[in-house]
Design a protein around this ligand. Structure first.
Ligand code: SF4
Length: 228
């Protein structure tokens, strides 16, 4: 584990040298972020944002979204895809939050230990560890490390996590290897690396700042060595 922690720090340092301090879009209030992450499942950022804006334009308050006919919400978020699941999941979560808290706000989670706040969020249908970690990290400033498809792929290739670990289990694992103060920048810089260099089909290892410490590169070199 000590070696893994050193490697994580190394990855973080190399990505900071390459990309600098990343800045995420303006943090949204936690409820907005929760709805946005529901919409982001299996779609791209552009369609997620279009669906979010369309929902807000048609139903400007979260209370209106919660109380609207299901079909209206489904129609408003259609562009994000899987609207028949996402619309009802959003309304269900908003209803549950209202019932439990008496208002549509999640800022109370900041007062909880992070594990309790995470458990509170993932009880909603459609909220997994990634969605919960995004809300915790970006809206509430709490120490959580979201593992999306880029983070999962790259940490696997680099050798920053056990190969066979599930994406769910990769959350606590990566939280244990990166220092909490690096979560924000490391998460965003790894995603950028995944979009620009370490793409799913064809990683551009020759351009990659991690090539000297990446297990994938080491394995490729070993494959090309002549058999002795
Ligand atoms: S060296 Fe290659 S496989 Fe490793 S992280 Fe970089 S692009 Fe991905």
């Amino acid at each position: 584990m000590i070696e893994m922690k050193k490697k994580a720090l190394n990855v973080h340092g190399l990505l900071m040298e390459k990309f600098g301090e990343p800045i995420w879009r303006n943090p949204l209030p936690a409820i907005d972020e929760l709805v946005s992450t529901f919409l982001s499942q299996n779609t791209n950022d552009v369609n997620r944002d279009r669906a979010f804006d369309s929902l807000r334009a048609k139903l400007p308050t979260w209370e209106e979204v919660r109380d609207a006919p299901e079909a209206e919400v489904i129609e408003a978020v259609r562009i994000a895809g899987l609207a028949n699941q996402k619309g009802p999941n959003i309304q269900r979560a908003l209803n549950q939050i209202s019932e439990e808290r008496g208002e549509l706000a999640l800022e109370f989670l900041k007062e909880m230990p992070v594990e309790e706040a995470r458990a509170w969020l993932i009880k909603f249908k459609g909220v997994g560890p990634k969605t919960a970690a995004i809300v915790l990290l970006f809206s509430l400033g709490m120490p959580a490390f979201p593992v999306d498809t880029h983070v999962y792929r790259i940490t696997g290739r680099v050798g920053l996590r056990p190969e066979k670990i599930s994406v769910e289990k990769a959350h606590p694992y990566l939280e244990s290897v990166f220092p909490a103060e690096a979560y924000y920048a490391a998460h965003l810089n790894i995603i950028r690396l995944g979009r620009e260099i370490c793409k799913a089909r064809k990683p551009a290892c020759a351009e990659c700042p991690l090539s000297k410490i990446c297990d994938y590169v080491i394995a490729q070199k070993q494959k090309t060595l002549p058999a002795t």
